[in-house]
Design a protein around this ligand. Structure first.
Ligand code: T6T
Length: 324
């Protein structure tokens, strides 16, 4: 889905709302010394299908526009790991940086310095609280995605029972908005009790442990909303380990190959797929517009689609990639 720009919200079958460097840094041959025809994508973490799909979209678009796009990624989804990657990129002065900031405030200072060096900053997916740093921000409508997850899960659990949210890391703009949208909407179902939000630090193993511990305390757990890929993959493992497959309903954001397999075998009942390739492509368009003095759109929203087992074959084009 090359981005349905802004308010890309469509109700469909269930609903339609809408070279990662495998190490730390690396890129494909930095030109050094400043090159306005070079863009660098800094994802949240290396080697992860959401960001790989984003890189594929960004690379294709950059090639079309006569720009080069390199990717340099931290090995961990963490501001402490992302900051030195950003600092290294800034030292080589690319024309623009497309970045998914891993924390809404902790990444603000290094990004202010990048902008002060004259580099055009475009936020792809996540964003800073400070809206003065980036020239453009492109993401899903995450609050709406959380609300969609709540409505979907409520239906799956017959509108009753305890439900849990597994979130990634506090301070991640996107997943915090998803959790918020979920909590706001789930309140509308009087038969459903929210057990609140627990954080997995973007580690699938921690999400699995959260599910195990929650089932021990609440054997009647009816459903789980996992706000991203790592939490959804881990929650599925936790349910499998506890022999609760299908009994506890699971709705997860994203559509990695493992998540798709979990949907296929019934570990997960619904996935909310984003459009990372579209986010990457729009990110390049906005960075290039800023560099060439053309009009830039400050905020753009890309499409999302909720996919179930019943419609997974027709929606296979939305599944994330392991390589371009
Ligand atoms: O869900 C995506 C992304 O939108 C989020 O900001 C962080 O987690 C993912 O990258 C999936 O792991």
């Amino acid at each position: 889905m090359r981005v349905a720009k802004r308010n890309a919200v469509v109700i469909g079958a269930l609903v339609m709302i809408g070279t990662l460097v495998a190490g730390c840094v690396g890129g494909v041959g930095n030109s050094g010394g400043g090159d306005s025809k070079r863009l660098v994508l800094i994802p949240g973490v290396a080697d992860e299908p959401f960001y790989i799909s984003m890189q594929c979209g960004a690379q294709d678009e950059a090639a079309k526009l006569g720009y080069r796009l390199d990717t340099q990624a931290p090995t961990k989804f963490d501001a402490g790991a992302q900051t030195p990657v950003l600092t290294g990129v800034v030292a080589n002065k690319p024309g623009g940086i497309l970045i998914a900031p891993t924390h809404a405030t902790a990444m603000a200072n290094p990004l202010r310095q990048a902008a002060a060096a004259g580099i055009k900053i475009v936020e792809v997916d996540t964003a800073l609280d400070d809206t003065s740093v980036a020239v453009s921000s492109i993401s899903s409508d995450n609050n709406k995605g959380g609300a969609l997850a709540a409505a979907t899960l409520a239906k799956l659990v017959g509108e009753k029972g305890p439900v849990l949210v597994i979130n990634t890391k506090a301070g991640t703009s996107t997943t915090d908005e998803r959790a918020q949208g979920f909590e706001e909407t789930i309140k509308r179902y009087p038969g459903i009790t929210s057990l609140g939000v627990q954080y997995n630090n973007n580690e699938a193993a921690q999400a699995a442990s959260i599910v195990t511990a929650t089932l021990a305390a609440h054997p009647d757990l009816a459903g789980v909303f996992a706000t991203n890929l790592s939490s959804a993959e881990g929650a599925a493992t936790g349910l499998r380990n506890a022999n609760k497959l299908g009994q506890v309903k699971l709705v997860g954001f994203d559509a990695s190959p493992k998540q798709v397999e979990d949907l296929k075998v019934g570990t997960v009942q619904a996935l909310i797929a984003q459009d990372p390739a579209g986010i990457g492509a729009e990110g390049v368009d906005q960075a290039v517009a800023a560099l060439e003095g053309k009009p830039v759109t400050r905020n753009m929203q890309t499409a999302m689609i909720a996919i179930t087992h019943a419609d997974m074959d027709v929606n296979a084009k939305y599944f994330y990639k392991r390589s371009c």
